[in-house]
Design a protein around this ligand. Sequence first.
Ligand SMILES: Cc1cc2nc3c(=O)[nH]c(=O)nc-3n(C[C@H](O)[C@H](O)[C@H](O)COP(=O)(O)OP(=O)(O)OC[C@H]3O[C@@H](n4cnc5c(N)ncnc54)[C@H](O)[C@@H]3O)c2cc1C
Length: 387
Amino acid sequence: MPTPGLDGYTEPWRKPEHDDLAELARTFFTKEVVPHAGRLGKQGHPDREHYLRAGELGLLGLSVPEQYGGGGGDFTHEAVLLHEQTLAGEGSLGLAVHSGIVTGYLNEYGTEDQKQRWLPGLCSGELIGAIAMTEPDGGSDVQAIRTRAVRDGDDYLVSGSKTFITNGYLADLLVLAVKTDQSAKAHGISLIVCELTDGAPGFRRGRNLEKIGLHANDTAELFFDEFRVPAGNLLGTENAGFFQLMQQLPQERLVIGVGAVAAMQRAVELATAYAKDRTAFGKPLIGHQNTRMVLSDCATRTRVSRIFVDDCITRHTRNELDVATAAMAKLYLTEGQCEVVDRCLQIFGGYGYTTEYPIATMYADARVQKIYGGTNEIMKELIARVL
Ligand SMILES: Cc1cc2nc3c(=O)[nH]c(=O)nc-3n(C[C@H](O)[C@H](O)[C@H](O)COP(=O)(O)OP(=O)(O)OC[C@H]3O[C@@H](n4cnc5c(N)ncnc54)[C@H](O)[C@@H]3O)c2cc1C
């Protein structure tokens, strides 16, 4: 579908291979997953078969080197996949976390043995990945986490709880932030990889949380009580976890920004089509000046956002995306998404408030973008540090 106000714009990093990937992803999402959206929303989590199918098509781990079963690409390929998922209105598969974040940690900090053990399963869809930092007592202050890992022979014994974990209801492989030195704050955090099996002693999944949006994607609580994890599952070195998180969070925030821009684009497309079709006072909505003004504002915001996100993507592929710029992207793009989706919903009148129309789902789904990945208040703190 042509994108209003965006025709003729091509991402500076785009090559023909990205077009092929976009086509493959679009077909998969629209033909194989979106038709199940109603059922998936009711069950509260995606189908494992859809992860496996995505893996079969080569859509998982696009930036993972080929020797570990990945696509051998870079972040631009992940961005195309996430963009197409949002444009297609597919919200069940937690690909932003599974491929966009978890594989990145393993790629960057995993030993050769760890990469060979876990990356092929993530790329085939046999393993579903998640990352857990947030705890019931607080998410913004990561240094204050209390889940602890105590060394016991060749293992760690992990105790504590995590909440709001994307993919947590189905996850098989979890990058877990723990305290390995209780007396320290940032310098006491480590990342360990947990292989999650239901019924394993010391591990329990809690509720799959009921949310106001993202109904088809699981967000769960996880509990650990002296859960035994081999010491060899430590990612990188002990007590380096906080710095590993700080290095990877810009990519997580960029992933959120990519989704935000795609959502803005979709909202403008849907609202423009509706405004051309629906009549009021004897003419199409788009014939009323206010509708044209709103759509012009939204299309402009979308285009500017797209150029900003592309600049961030280019910087990131050169390893030059700094913390403050990534925070600006997350802040600006998610605020833009919420505003654009809200204004586009208004064009639908009462129909925009019914779940029959995708714009309603988009409105509910958008809200969390300002919360996870570090709240937008925390983004402002990060930006202020470089002013
Ligand atoms: C759907 C969903 C999916 C998620 N997925 C994951 C996941 O996969 N993994 C994971 O680890 N976490 C995940 N989260 C958790 C998310 O990252 C946290 O909710 C978020 O970081 C905020 O933490 P909190 O909820 O504990 O809020 P709090 O930290 O309690 O903050 C509450 C409010 O206070 C504000 N605040 C806090 N500190 C400051 C400050 N210094 N200055 C100004 N304001 C401040 C915050 O901005 C917020 O508005 C997810 C959350 C949701 C809702």
